[in-house]
Write a protein that binds this ligand. Structure first.
Ligand code: NDP
Ligand code: ISN
Length: 308
C-alpha cells in the first residue's frame, strides 16, 4: 500500500483507545501551537501531547475548541512538571483551566524527580546559587503517584502514566503496595539511535504502552540524513520522517512527532507499510551508529536513566 493516513489505535490497559500518532508540542509557542493543532486536527490527527512545562496549554485548548471536533473524539495528554510534584491536584486543576477542558485523557508524571517550588529563581527550572537544579532529594515519586491515582478516581483524567521512567523506577512503582492503578504508558525518548529494546520488552510484559518522544531526533536531527533511513524513504517515495514514524508504529509504540510547519504536520500523519527486512534494518541502525540519547537534563546528583 502507498503512504496513507495513520488509522492505527492502541488499547490502554484501562480499555480506552489511543491513536498511535499524536502531535508533539514541546517548543511550540502559543501562537504556533494554535495553528499547528488546528492543522493537525484538519489532517486527521486525534491525539495531542502537551505539558504544563511547554507553556502552551491555553492555545492547545483553544484550538481544540475552535476545531469544532467533539471533545470525546480527541485524545489529550498533559503532564505534571517537576516543579509541581508536591501538589498534583492543584497542578491538574490549573492545567484543566488553561486547557478549558473538564478532563484530560492522560495525565503523566513528566519526570521521576521533584524541583523546589519555593525557589522562585525560575518558574519551571529553579536553580541553586551554584547553578545546579534545585532538586528535592527527599522526594519520592511514589507519593505524587498516589495523588495521580486519586485524580483518576475523580475522573479529572481518564488515565495516568509516567514519563522518563527507567525499568528500575517502573519496577519500584509497580511493586509498591500503594500502586492500585498501573501507569498506562511510559513516554520516553525513542528512535533508531535509542531503540529502548529492554524497556519495550519490559513494558509489553506489564501491559504498559511506550510512547516515543523526539521520534525524529528532535531539533537538527542526524536521523533525517542517516543513509539507511534515507534509502528506505526513497524506496517508498516518502520523507525520512515518515519512515521514522512508520517504524515506531510498526514496533507497537505511540509516536509523537512535533511540527509547526503545515506541510510537515500533514506528511507526519502518513505511514507506510515497512517490510520486515526494512523493519530489521531500522532495528539494527544503533548497532553500527551506537546509542545516542538526545534529551538528558542534569538533575543535580540524580541520573534518572541509570539502571543500577
Ligand atoms: N516527556 C518528555 O520528557 C518529552 C516529551 N516530548 C514530546 O515529544 C514531542 C516530539 O519530540 P521533539 O523533541 O519535539 O522532537 P521531534 O523528534 O518530534 O522533532 C521535532 C523537530 O523536527 C522538525 N520536523 C518535524 N517534522 C519534520 C519533517 N517531516 N521533516 C523534517 N523535519 C521535521 C520540527 O521542525 P518544525 O516544527 O519547524 O517543523 C522540529 O524541529 C514533543 O514535542 C513533546 O510533545 C519531547 C521531549 C521530552
Ligand atoms: O518535554 C520535554 N522536553 C525536554 C527537553 C529537554 C529537557 C526537558 C524536556 C522536557 O521535559
Amino acid at each position: 500500500m502507498p503512504a496513507h493516513k495513520s488509522s492505527t489505535t492502541f488499547k490502554l490497559s484501562t480499555g480506552a483507545s489511543i491513536p498511535a500518532v499524536g502531535l508533539g508540542t514541546w517548543q511550540s509557542s502559543q501562537s504556533e501551537v494554535y495553528d499547528a493543532v488546528l492543522a493537525a486536527l484538519e489532517s486527521g490527527y486525534r491525539h495531542i501531547d502537551t505539558a504544563y512545562a511547554y507553556l502552551n496549554e491555553e492555545a492547545v485548548g483553544k484550538a481544540i475548541k475552535d476545531s469544532g471536533i467533539p471533545r470525546e473524539q480527541i485524545f489529550v495528554t498533559t503532564k505534571l512538571a517537576a516543579v509541581q510534584q508536591l501538589d498534583p491536584t492543584s497542578a491538574l486543576n490549573d492545567s484543566l483551566k488553561r486547557l478549558d477542558l473538564d478532563y484530560v485523557d492522560l495525565y503523566l508524571m513528566h519526570w521521576p524527580v521533584a524541583l523546589n517550588p519555593n525557589n522562585k529563581s525560575h518558574p519551571l527550572i529553579p536553580i541553586l546559587p551554584n547553578g545546579d537544579r534545585d532538586v528535592l532529594h527527599d522526594f519520592d515519586f511514589i507519593d505524587s503517584y498516589k495523588v495521580l491515582q486519586e485524580l483518576a478516581d475523580q475522573g479529572k483524567t481518564k488515565a495516568i502514566g509516567v514519563s522518563n521512567f527507567s525499568i528500575k523506577n517502573l519496577t519500584r512503582l509497580l511493586e509498591h503496595p500503594s500502586t492500585t492503578i498501573k501507569p498506562v504508558v511510559n513516554q520516553v525518548e525513542l528512535h533508531p539511535y535509542l531503540p529502548q529494546n529492554e524497556l519495550l520488552e519490559f513494558t509489553k510484559k506489564h501491559e504498559i504502552l511506550l510512547e516515543a518522544y523526539s521520534p525524529l531526533g528532535s531539533t537538527n536531527s542526524p536521523l533525517l540524513t542517516d543513509e539507511t533511513i534515507v534509502k528506505i524513504a526513497k524506496n517508498h517515495n516518502v520523507s525520512p520522517a515518515t519512515i521514522l514514524i512508520s517504524w515506531a508504529v510498526w514496533r507497537g509504540t505511540v509516536v509523537l512527532p512535533k511540527s509547526v510547519t503545515p506541510s510537515r504536520i500533514e506528511s507526519n500523519f502518513l505511514v507506510v507499510d515497512l517490510t520486515s527486512e526494512e523493519g530489521k534494518q531500522l532495528d539494527n541502525i544503533h548497532k553500527e551508529k551506537g546509542i545516542k540519547r538526545l534529551i538528558n537534563p542534569k538533575w543535580s546528583k540524580i541520573d534518572v536513566f541509570t539502571e543500577v
